[in-house]
Design a protein around this ligand. Structure first.
Ligand code: SF4
Length: 487
């Protein structure tokens, strides 16, 4: 039976093109899956992806199965740009997976959009992947040498090829064999004509959680905020090394690979995940607030006000204000209606773009000394502009505090932190960064202070972008990020 694989034309520009590089690390993907006979699973997946839109804005896709076949629709752009009501109504069935993407391996192009749907020895299979496979170049070479062909430039297609290769085994066995071959970070959702599978890598780099619908049925999502959106109750996080299978016989789970250690991405808590999500036992907002309180304990900076860089620094700024007793104010207003499609061809327009996103409240700030709080500093370009805006509106002193340590290493596990050469803190001492940004003071949360917030759970976290201790071997010779490409 045919795969209805439709690719829409590009609906907007990717954040990567047309302007300077982003000043924040970027999450690659969000995934969502649902098994709910009798419900509109395509519409539920649409809402789930909407809740995960912050995890990827370049493409979106939904694959729906009805017991006989898997139908797919995907395209470039935001969820609301790719899917219309009519399009969703055409995707009928009782189970579905969906994906939003921002690329790190593989270019931003329609062929790389997910889910990927293919036919193998046991029928049709769809895949949605969040993460990065670190030994992808080696696997791709091996597969190509023995006859595999690739349509896209993503590491996800390597996973698909491996599962197809092991196709004579049961699907679970094929997935386990694939898991033994691949290294790195992967949270996966797989869909057949009548089954939904969830898989999390043995380190648990990227989040994945399981929920239950009140009328019956199950939901899986990168973050619990997506479960809330469709009215599901979170049951638990998918465990590292675990496979969960859902079909007409109900839910079954098995841990197939035992990890040597867990390595949940600490940056999910610091910046990526939505504050209302709960990941591996921690509410993201509460973690950010605690990081802000810790920052206040480490630095007794005197100032009139604490202001956040919205929204990324808001929770930490509130925590800092609570601990320090310095009043919290919203000194910068964020324009919430700005899209990701702003074209910034010249320096003048790029400066304007920052003003379009953030505007200082002169009445609050004029003549004051302020503590400005953000979650992290990667390239420093936006921070410098914000400090400049504050000075322009009469701020007396700007002390810039970060609720995480300096980012000095690239990520190879599913986050685009830029090449190491682009990370300001990788090459510059704190005093030089302060000078570049133009602040009166620059203070980073210590690594020990950051980990203290997590108590004993600290041993279950990946902190490689702060300290270079990579839990899984990274590709050889990676001064720069190892991206393979067919282009
Ligand atoms: Fe997260 Fe950094 Fe580890 Fe990547 S290297 S998984 S961004 S903590």
């Amino acid at each position: 039976m045919p795969v209805t694989a439709s690719i829409t034309p590009a609906a907007g520009r990717s954040g990567r093109t047309g302007g300077e590089l982003p000043d924040k690390p970027r999450e690659e993907c969000g995934i969502f899956g649902v098994y709910a006979p009798g419900r509109e699973v395509a519409a539920m997946t649409y809402y789930g992806l909407y809740a995960l839109q912050h995890r990827g804005q370049e493409s979106a896709g939904i694959a729906v199965a009805d017991g006989r076949q898997v139908n797919l629709y995907k395209g470039m752009g935001l969820v609301a740009e790719v899917f219309s009501r009519e399009r969703l109504q055409q995707l009928t069935g009782h189970l579905a997976i969906g994906h939003v993407r921002y690329s790190t391996t593989g270019a931003s192009q329609p062929l790389n959009a997910q889910p990927l749907v293919f036919r193998y020895a046991r029928g049709m299979l769809g895949l949605a992947h969040n993460g990065n496979i670190t030994n992808v170049a080696e696997l791709r070479e091996r597969l190509t040498a023995t006859g595999s062909v690739f349509q896209s430039t993503t590491d996800s297609e390597v996973i698909v090829n491996l599962i197809a290769r092991y196709g004579s085994s049961s699907l679970e066995e094929a997935v386990v064999k694939c898991m033994i071959d691949i290294k790195g970070a992967y949270s996966l959702l797989l869909i057949t004509a009548d089954r939904l599978l969830a898989v999390r890598d043995p380190y648990g780099f990227r989040p994945l959680c399981l929920g239950e619908l009140p009328q019956g049925g199950y939901v899986l999502a990168s973050e619990s905020c997506a479960l809330d959106t469709v009215g599901a109750r979170k049951l638990r996080d998918v465990q590292p090394g675990e496979i969960i299978s859902i079909d007409q016989n109900g839910l079954s789970c098995q841990t197939v690979l035992s990890p040597r250690r867990r390595a949940h991405c600490i940056f999910e808590y610091i910046y990526f995940a939505r504050p209302d999500s709960e990941i591996d036992g921690f509410n993201v907002n509460q973690v950010r607030r605690a990081l802000g309180r810790q920052l206040a304990r480490e630095y007794r900076v005197q100032a009139d006000l604490v202001i956040p860089v919205p929204d990324s620094g808001t929770a930490a700024a509130r925590g800092f204000a609570e601990e320090s007793g310095i009043p919290f104010e919203e000194g910068l207003m964020k324009n919430r209606y700005i899209g990701r499609t702003f074209i910034q061809p010249t320096q003048d327009l790029r400066d304007l773009a920052v003003r379009l996103k953030l505007n200082p409240v002169r009445e609050v700030l004029q003549g004051k000394s302020v503590i400005m709080i953000d979650d992290s500093l990667v390239r420093g370009t936006t921070s410098r502009k914000i400090v400049g805006m504050l000075r322009d509106c009469g701020v007396r002193e700007v002390h810039f505090l970060l609720s995480s340590p300096p980012v000095v290493k690239s990520c190879y596990y599913g986050i685009d932190t830029s090449d190491e050469s682009e990370l300001l803190a990788a090459s510059q001492p704190v005093e030089e960064i302060r000078r570049i940004i133009g602040a009166d003071g620059l203070y980073y949360l210590s690594q020990e202070g950051m980990l203290e917030v997590f108590g004993e759970y600290r041993h279950n976290l990946c902190t490689a972008c702060f300290d270079g201790s990579y839990p899984v071997e990274i590709p050889a010779g990676s001064g720069k990020k190892a991206k393979y490409s067919l282009e």
